[in-house]
Design a protein around this ligand. Sequence first.
Ligand code: 2AM
Ligand code: CA
Ligand code: CA
Ligand code: CA
Length: 285
Amino acid sequence: ALDCNKCWAECLDVAVEVALKAGKLVQVAAKQEKNVSTKSTPTDLVTEADQQVEDLIISTLRDRFPSHKFIGEEASAAGGKCLLTDCPTWIIDPIDGTCNFVHSFPMVAVSIGFAVNNELEFGVIYHCFDGTLYTARKGHGAFCNGIRIHVSKEKDVSKALILTEIGAKRDQDTLNIFSGNIMKFLSAPAHGIRIIGSSTLALCLIATGSAEAYYQYGLHCWDIAAAAVIIREAGGVVMDTSGGPLDLMSRRVVAAGTNEMANYIVHQLQPINYERDDIDQGVQK
Ligand code: 2AM
Ligand code: CA
Ligand code: CA
Ligand code: CA
């Protein structure tokens, strides 16, 4: 096979360019009146900006790389399945933290991941409110504004800050499992629990060592693709909530600085099994 190292490096440069451009658009939209509607549940918010930012990202990338595939949260809402093939595929969350965006809570990001042969090659996450740029490429390290970042080396949960997210679902099962995990098993031993409303930025905080562990049920491939590379390249682990390898489409994840910490979380969690059919959004174009 063709050694495409150089092409992927070039793709990463373009991804950074596009993420910054998209971030500027988010910053402008954040100051304007927002046109808010709902998607799957009354708490699953979407704004016109989500669509506009995704259109900007995908049209720019498609112009540059016409043979590549694209998975984006909003384009996907049109129907079909999220399908990752061997083809070079961009996995995009145009605005991660839409609920935050609507409230001007300053945790909103643009996330662009890239996979080839079903393997993540690089990820770019731009924090739109403070202008922080997280980047990583497989085998080349993880960076925050160009400076190398590393995960926390903490192994002991009694010294951990744990991050999670509640997502958009509020049915009784989800709430019971959410509160059971947090209240019964994790808040007692840990230093603290935080919910910031952006999966991608929460995962970046694991990559920088600002928190020790993260777990979430119900997230999508675009919430995790870019961040998974960033955490791995920062020396951390990303796995399935069962303790097995991460499946981008399984809608669940545990991330941590150390294996010990990740395994502790895995063993405390009450499992939620999302059916693959539960992937209600996602289309390969
Ligand atoms: P989104 O903003 O891209 O939709 C975890 O909470 C993830 O679930 C977030 O990154 C967010 O991604 C999504 N989400 C959807 N609705 C949410 C809500 N009401 N509150 C928090 N997150 C929500
Ligand atoms: Ca959304
Ligand atoms: Ca998201
Ligand atoms: Ca989004």
